[in-house]
Design a binder for this molecule. Structure first.
Ligand code: ADP
Ligand code: MG
Length: 274
């Protein structure tokens, strides 16, 4: 297996639980990174296509999707779409992705379809023109072949955890999947960090969960905590990231802080390259 190119940095948002904030983080962290000068591609690997919708890509504009890319029908650069956010692009998904796993199950490169597609992208003219520095992959709520493709293609995984009673449930399974992928498919894969989401300051349980997760996972947990914020949940229905819908709201501001923290961590992880 060839080494991952140093640039773009590929981060995948994964947690097999649904509703923990993966897609919201892909959209708003992507927008926040773009706002501070990075050039970002969000790859939607969830058949639900919520990241694509939340970034304003209508279903009828998804004639080239991540399904076409992973099934080998088009190159990733052909699926890349502009969004309303400067310096942010998206490769949208469609429901077709639901059938992909079966279609590619017996092919030898089934776990490397995304990795190969990103490698192809880095050699394209479009890539040089856009100057993409970060790729964020939004995973489905399952440890299926789509998520394995994301983990095989990524430098790091970012795990959103919702501040609720069962936050840590399932985390050990996710982390052991990461170990397996590192052993068998992608030796470079690291854990970038854990981001706590939907924190409710009026709820004692939320702060208890933060304390528990920090006690268990230590420095892996980002300092930034994403608050539960109604503006964040409203924004997708306007096809906009929260940062465009209401930049001043607490949720948008938290995603901006998370973006800085991630860049800071990247510098610490790769002192020479930075
Ligand atoms: P996942 O991609 O992990 O399934 P989502 O990002 O789609 O999770 O979030 C699940 C739901 O919670 C969505 O309706 C989303 O709008 C809402 N949500 C996510 N983060 C927040 C937040 N910080 N504040 C309020 N609602 C949120
Ligand atoms: Mg999602």
């Amino acid at each position: 297996m060839s080494k991952l190119p140093d640039s773009p940095r590929v981060l995948c948002l994964a947690n097999q639980k649904g509703g923990v904030g993966k897609t919201t983080t892909a959209i708003n962290l992507g927008t926040a990174l773009a706002a501070i000068g990075e050039r970002v591609l969000v790859i939607d690997l969830d058949p639900q296509g919520n990241a694509s919708t939340g970034l304003g890509i209508e279903r009828r504009d998804r004639s080239m999707s991540t399904y076409d890319v992973l099934s080998g029908d088009c190159a990733l650069e052909e699926a890349v779409k502009e969004t309303a956010v400067p310096r942010l692009w998206v490769a949208p998904s469609t429901m077709d992705l639901l059938g992909l796993e079966l279609e590619i199950a017996s092919s030898g490169d089934r776990a490397y379809r995304l990795r190969n597609a990103i490698e192809g992208l880095t050699k394209s003219r479009l890539f040089r023109e856009l100057g993409i520095s970060y790729v964020l992959v939004d995973c489905p709520p399952s440890l299926n072949l789509l998520t394995i493709n994301a983990l095989s293609a990524a430098h790091s995984i970012l795990v959103p955890l919702q501040c609720e009673f069962f936050a840590l449930e399932g985390l050990s399974q996710l982390l052991s999947t990461v170990e397996q992928v590192r052993g068998a498919l992608n030796s470079e894969l690291t854990i970038h960090g854990i981001v706590l989401t939907m924190y409710d300051s009026r709820n004692n349980l939320s702060s208890q969960v933060v304390a528990d997760v920090r006690a268990t996972m230590g420095d892996a947990v980002y300092e930034t905590i994403i608050p539960r914020n109604v503006r964040i949940s409203e924004a997708p229905s306007y096809g906009k990231p929260a940062l465009l819908y209401d930049l001043k709201c607490a949720g948008s501001q938290a995603y901006l802080r998370l973006a800085s923290e991630i860049i800071q961590r990247e510098r610490e992880m790769r002192p020479v390259a930075a």
